[in-house]
Design a protein around this ligand. Structure first.
Ligand SMILES: NC(=O)c1ccc[n+]([C@@H]2O[C@H](COP(=O)([O-])OP(=O)(O)OC[C@H]3O[C@@H](n4cnc5c(N)ncnc54)[C@H](OP(=O)(O)O)[C@@H]3O)[C@@H](O)[C@H]2O)c1
Length: 245
């Protein structure tokens, strides 16, 4: 069991992705935290870092429920949750440029990873949030999920999955403002970050605008520290600027 003295605990879902791993490493170096749970489909070790607690999942509903219960039970003061799941391209799918390119199977994968799974994790963690009143929860969204900001079109599945994620988070923020006052929810756009997800699309990125995962992890950590629990969902980019819905 974690939680000696007044120590805090954190959970990173997708803790072996490019951004998730950087967030978990950064939290593990933060003296406030004595346990940082990282959840991934990959088996991993704590890399000798004492407070890293790797957990393996297949993201089935059963696994999400069991692991959430374990984390909540063994974390007396869970103050950070970062959900960093997402996919843009993979075996047989990628961002669609035209309506004709839409395929049911790839849409289902993209919706599942970007929207369904993050919301299922939030759902499984919800009962514990009431007992952790100063918990800050960030879910990795993307600016391209903004309907108001969409001037280019394309990327149908990814854009609409992130827009649906944002709506789910909005509902959650309204519910949590009643059920778990003090919990802060954030939909976070990290900018273009040098990870496997963005790798095929990095060519047009202006100089200085392709961020390292470590830079983004620092930015997110600062924003989570700064933002008061106001019962609202913040949709923010890496610079702390609000993104239109
Ligand atoms: N990189 C960017 O430029 C950028 C820009 C805007 C938004 N984002 C968002 O930031 C978040 C993190 O992305 P990243 O850049 O760190 O990408 P990444 O390195 O590819 O990591 C993707 C994460 O999603 C999980 N994942 C991927 N496919 C999955 C599947 N089929 N089932 C379950 N889990 C799956 C991976 O889990 P495992 O560890 O289990 O493999 C990993 O944790 C995503 O939500 C992404 O949309 C990224």
């Amino acid at each position: 069991m974690a939680g000696e003295d007044n120590s805090e605990q954190a959970l990173v879902v997708g803790g072996q992705g490019g951004i998730g791993c950087a967030v978990a490493t950064q939290l593990a170096q933060d003296a406030r935290f004595d346990a940082v749970w990282t959840v991934s489909r990959k088996t991993s070790t704590s890399k000798g870092v004492q407070c890293l607690r790797p957990l393996h999942t297949d993201h089935s509903e059963e696994s999400i429920k069991t692991l959430s219960e374990q984390v909540l039970e063994e974390s007396p003061r869970l103050t950070r949750v970062v959900i960093a799941l997402g996919t843009l391209h993979g075996e047989g799918y990628g961002p669609e440029k035209s309506l004709e390119a839409l395929q049911r199977t790839s849409m289902e994968v993209v919706y599942r990873v970007n929207c369904v799974l993050p919301l299922l994790w939030l759902s499984a963690l919800a009962p514990g949030l009431r007992k952790n009143p100063d918990c800050r929860v960030a879910v990795l969204s993307a600016r391209v999920g903004s309907i108001g900001d969409n001037g280019l079109g394309g990327w149908y599945s990814y854009r609409s999955a992130k827009a649906a994620l944002n709506m789910g988070l909005k509902c959650a923020s309204i519910e949590l403002a009643r059920r778990a006052k003090g919990v802060k929810l954030m939909a976070f756009h990290p900018g273009t970050v040098d990870t496997a997800l963005s790798e095929p699309f990095q060519r047009g990125v202006p100089e200085g605008k392709l961020f390292t995962p470590e830079f983004v992890a620092e930015r997110l950590s600062g924003l989570l520290d700064e933002h008061p629990a106001d019962g609202a969902l913040s949709y923010l980019d890496w610079a702390g600027e609000s993104i239109p819905w």
